[in-house]
Design a protein around this ligand. Structure first.
Ligand code: ADP
Ligand code: ZN
Ligand code: ZN
Length: 730
């Protein structure tokens, strides 16, 4: 029987695998024994590319004579585990994405480029091991190296360097046939300390999670910030390490703080791998290899770490599972949270989703009995949650968006020695520049959007495409000199507060002011000292950080959040406000949170003010069910963009016509319609939405839509793609 290699070829948009014959010089028996997850170099078009073996087959739709042979096999054994290779195949099919890109996401950059794994170790050969202790008497450095290798097994470069062993001595041992390179082996991993005595709620969650080690099960852990979720993660990881297994912890993009890492390092004497985009590519590749070789017992990472192969994956934890950063928003669009659940199923291990504000998807699954639901209702160490109040903005005199009530509360809080956190989710000085004489408004040349005024940098900037130009002195349309800045941004509030409350330090926290993790660390260090100050910031302030000395939280512009237009808008607002509230009042200080709004009686605002998140979420979930919206049904979104107006709409209309016959009857198509931002960075954007009542029909519909799109000849320069379970449908 012929051996056909089904290969995922990265760097091309085609949603399919490519069949190749094994390399001509490869022994047929070895070819037949190849397993998914090996890398091969294959001819593709006129190029030669590093590609990934997805499956070994015995037949191909193409004649064997028509198949090309792969050029070379790059790995003796697969670099992906069977579970991760299976996960990649599943993800390519579920998300209707090119398998080459999906498989590429599971490899480190070093391995994608075709280079060999670098993280090697050294061990003695049989001859080296058999050598007498007092041999090599005239080469003391080699003798030390020999002794070190005798004491440990498969020591890595780092370990040997730390032990004072020189590379030259090792090379000399290799030359003499006494030592050799090998893959690094696992290291012992153990807990240094047991941790505090658990509350009854914590203990029952830990017990439930640990008793599921060894098989697939989903747990949802719902607990406010500071209620002891991380402590539960630590215990589950400890139980996992005790079984000799590895644990994978996923964190949101900016949730991975040095304090979190320090807490893990303090608790465990175990090699850790840390995978996030802030690290240098080389370091990341090393840590990928530490995880994949089984050496790292604890793997902590952001979104893409969900694909890192682990030979002994024992548990998967997703912290702040509701967080939008788990969704990859370009290229291979996937949800790391959802992929984590699928992965746990393939690995046969438990998955724990934790959040103060669980997504409606996870609550839905818990309600349906698919997830076990654990709640932590109290904060550890007796801290209380802040009391919430609305501030009615109607007819109030506002200064830089702040009402007299909020300003008075700020002054009172600062005078009492506590800190204030102001949340305003718009950076820049003003969101609009308008001429008072003729009404001209500064707009972006490339998007259907207004330009934001950045006064400090003296320029106008588009927050959608990044285009910028100098701040005009007068109106370009009529020459008028009166330009009005409308729509409040953080720079403006900062400027006002600097003059209104000059005696208190003020820290602006947005991506203009804080442009590196180091800058954020420096700020946090200052704030943690606890002296009274005002923190004024965007979304950046609401994630991952605890501010124990904050006793007042002000939400400057609730109205901007109330009318988001997207079907997830209300869920997001409830999560955001609960998360912001959770930043404050931890050290036994009863905090306060003031929400400024022109609609203090808005039902959602009232619900958030008066009831806990769990109740608000249950109500939102009931409404989604009535409307047949996710998590009740499933959404797929086809998006098209083109440099010419109307082209995307025509393409999607044709796609709709082509697909309609093969679409399951229960699926509903809406569109094509222009996107909420119809033109962005010079491209016109349209969309077609497909709503399905269940997973099975959603999968069939997505397949039918993609096939219809692939059957059409798209105009030049038109891009189209499908997004499964999109976060936003605007
Ligand atoms: P979360 O992850 O929900 O924000 P943490 O696990 O970080 O909560 O716990 C908040 C604080 O309470 C931490 O300082 C932690 O050390 C402490 N803590 C957690 N559980 C306990 C416990 N059972 N006994 C005493 N302190 C605890
Ligand atoms: Zn004008
Ligand atoms: Zn723009």
């Amino acid at each position: 029987m012929p051996v056909i290699l089904r290969i995922a070829v990265p760097g091309n948009p085609l949603r399919r695998y490519f069949d190749y014959l094994p390399p001509a010089d490869l022994d047929p028996a070895r070819a037949a024994a190849l397993a998914p997850g090996c890398r091969l170099r294959v001819p593709f078009g006129r190029r030669s590319v590093v590609a990934f073996l997805a499956e070994v087959a015995t037949e191909s739709p193409l004649e064997p004579g028509a198949l090309k042979a792969a050029a070379a096999l790059l790995d003796d054994s697969p670099l992906l585990t069977p579970a991760v290779a299976g996960l990649c195949r599943w993800a390519a099919a579920y998300y209707q994405h090119a398998p080459g890109d999906v498989f590429a996401a599971a490899f480190s950059q070093r391995l994608r480029s075709g280079r060999a794994p670098a993280l090697g170790a050294w061990r003695l050969t049989d001859r080296g091991a058999g050598l007498a202790e007092d041999a090599l008497a005239r080469a003391p450095r080699q003798r030390e190296a020999l002794a070190a290798l005798r004491a440990g097994d498969a020591l890595t470069d780092d370990e040997l360097t730390a032990a004072g062993i020189r590379r030259e001595a090792l090379r000399e041992l290799v030359r003499k046939g006494l030592a050799e390179r090998c893959a690094p082996g696992p290291r012992s991993a153990r807990s240094r300390e047991a941790g505090p005595a658990l509350s009854a709620e914590q203990a029952s969650a830990v017990e439930a999670g640990s008793s599921d080690l060894g098989h697939f099960a989903c747990h949802l852990l719902e607990g406010v910030t500071g209620s002891g979720k991380t402590e539960i993660y630590l215990r589950l990881i400890a139980a996992c390490l005790a079984r000799g297994e590895q644990a994978l912890l996923l964190v949101p993009e900016i949730g991975l703080t040095p304090q979190t890492l320090a807490r893990f390092a303090a608790r465990f004497d175990a090699p850790m791998a840390v995978l996030h985009s802030g690290r240098a590519a080389g370091e990341r590749s090393d840590d990928w290899e530490a995880a994949a070789s089984g050496r790292a017992a604890i793997v902590i990472g952001t979104r893409s770490a969900v694909f890192v192969p682990l030979p002994r994956c024992g548990a998967i934890i997703v912290d702040e599972e509701h967080d939008a950063s788990y969704r990859q928003q370009d290229g291979f669009r996937y949800s790391a949270r959802d992929v984590a659940v699928k992965r746990a199923q393939l690995e046969g291990c438990p998955v724990l989703l934790g959040s103060a504000t669980p997504s409606l998807e996870s609550l839905h699954n818990a309600g349906a009995g698919r997830y076990r639901h654990h709640r932590l209702t109290r904060r550890a160490a007796g801290a209380t949650l802040p009391a919430l109040d609305a501030v009615d903005l109607r007819r109030q005199p506002l200064r830089a968006g702040l009402s007299p009530a909020l300003l008075a509360a700020m002054e009172e809080t600062l005078a009492s020695g506590a800190q204030v956190l102001l949340f305003l989710n718009r950076r820049g000085y003003a969101s609009r520049l308008q001429c008072h004489d003729c009404g001209w408004v500064a707009g972006c040349d490339h998007c259907d959007a207004r330009l934001t005024v950045h006064r400090r940098r003296k320029r106008l900037q588009c927050h959608h495409c990044g285009a910028a130009r100098p701040l005009p002195a007068g109106c370009p349309a009529c020459g008028g000199a009166q330009l009005l800045a409308g729509g409040l941004g953080t720079e403006q509030t900062e400027e006002f507060l600097a003059s209104a409350l000059p005696q208190w330090p003020l820290h602006r926290v947005d991506s203009d002011a804080i442009d590196s993790p180091a800058a954020m660390e420096a700020l946090l260090a200052t704030v943690r000292e606890g002296d009274p100050c005002v923190l004024l910031g965007t979304q950046m302030l609401t994630k991952g950080h605890h501010f124990p000395a904050v006793a007042l939280v002000g939400v400057v512009d609730c109205d901007a959040l109330l009318f988001a237009g997207d079907f997830r808008g209300e869920e997001r607002l409830a999560q955001l406000l609960t998360q912001v509230a959770g930043r404050a009042g931890r050290a036994g200080r009863p905090g306060r949170m003031l929400l400024q709004s022109h609609y203090p009686d808005h039902p959602l605002l009232r619900a958030i003010l008066e009831r806990p998140y769990a109740e608000v979420a249950a109500e939102l979930l009931a409404r989604r069910r009535e409307a047949g919206l996710p998590p009740q049904g499933q959404i797929a979104l086809l998006r098209a963009d083109s440099p010419r107006a109307g082209e995307g709409e025509r393409f999607l209309a044709a796609l709709r016509r082509e697909s309609e016959r093969s679409l399951p009857a229960a699926c509903q198509l809406v569109g094509p319609l222009p996107s909420a931002l119809p033109r962005r960075a010079g491209r016109y954007r349209d969309q077609l939405l497909c709503l399905s009542p269940d997973r099975a029909s959603a999968g069939r519909a997505a397949g039918a839509l993609v096939r219809a799109g692939e059957g059409l000849t798209a105009p030049r320069a038109l891009n189209w793609f499908i997004e499964i379970d999109p976060l936003e449908t605007l």
